[in-house]
Design a protein. Sequence first.
Length: 473
Amino acid sequence: MTNQEAPAEGWRSLLEVEDRGIEPIPAEAQTSGPGELFWIWFAGNISILGLPLGIWVVAGELNFWQALIAGFIGAVGSFAIVGIVSLSGQRGGAPTLTLSRATFGTRGNYFPTAVAILSRWGWETVNTVTAAFAVLSIGTVVAGHDMTPRSHPWIVVIAVLLFLALTMAVSGIGHQMLAAFQKWATYVFGLLTLVVIAFIVANADWHTVLSAEAGSWSTVLLGIGVVASGTGIAWANSGADLGRYQSRKTTPGSLVLTCAAGAGIPLVIMIGTGSLIGITMPDFDAGNPLSSIPALLPAWMSVPFLISAFAGLLLSNNISVYSSGLTLLTMGMKVRRIVAVAADLFVSLVGSMVFLFLFESFYDAFIGFITLLAIPLTAWLGVFLVDMMKRTTYSAKDLTDIGPGSAYWYTNGFEVRALTSWIVAIVVGFLFRFALPDSFIAQQGLEWFVVLLVSATCYFSLGGAKSNAEVQP
């Protein structure tokens, strides 16, 4: 398949490697329907490890019904934003960070792109490490004694290699394999997940749940923020990566709706179930679900739960790695897309081995660092969303031309207004994180919302995107 061909259709072609990199897809090759995005995002959010999010929500003193409201608005609303970003992929046929060249300039775009790839590498390493611990936990249940990375190193190595190989088999082959695998894996592992959830719901102390006092509605707003920042906002820069094959005939409303529903349905179920645990067991250890959740289950259900956890991590990692490969190409790697995916997975391999065997004590600090990257990523999102308000088309030629001849060259490769807005919002976010850690905003974890608002408002005040006519020769 050449770079200019759309992905072949049908089951026979699932093993054909997608060679298309970041070059925009012509309209005639955009043939996917919105249902494809529904299953991709459903699978990416079906992990049983989403239960702790519901526990953290009710920790803010919400009752069950308020937790459901917060979960619904936070998850569905934030993934509606992912759907909006997906529209840019439909319009321009290119990955998100490639389209971002039109917003920040061909040189200025390197900065948010670098932050995006660092964040992806970080969370993919966390996924890989957690998957290895899931396998060790299965071994612990089966063998009847504790298994650790250092006591059973070869099991860890095999688990990591298996996890990364499965990711490569899906993300490396490409978009069509990703779409098909996510859909059918949802049926299998979704059933396992439902079995676990059904047991938790059936054994919940419903008297305690229904008699729990309601929190204030301001606390509900904070719960919405917690859910939104931990779900859709974190995935926003992958929206166009998955939406670029969407047919131009697909309406914007259906595209946004399928993203919101695809992720929202499993997330609301997970958050609701997690809230049951949080209300009835306030001392539950939400920070270590691989060990604490199996303690709620009968022994025979522990292994299916852990298999479901491993699969959920894989389904999420598939999306992240596919997106990362495209982001590496946007950064300037001159290789085939599948090679970029392999390079991305090599980083996960090295990172996971480092934390599993050498520097386990630095793991929490590492997670703190990649969580911090959410500030510049959210600042990017605010600018990009405002840019989309006026920019309804993209110039395919100029997206791939990063030299002075590109319409997106602006001022020496920089769109000064967009970069200024981005930097101002980052500074504000870091002020709340480091200089004002005791402020209401910081204490409630709402820095991301302030950053989004500041970057969007600043860029809008400076005029937002140039019109389509100004950027397309």
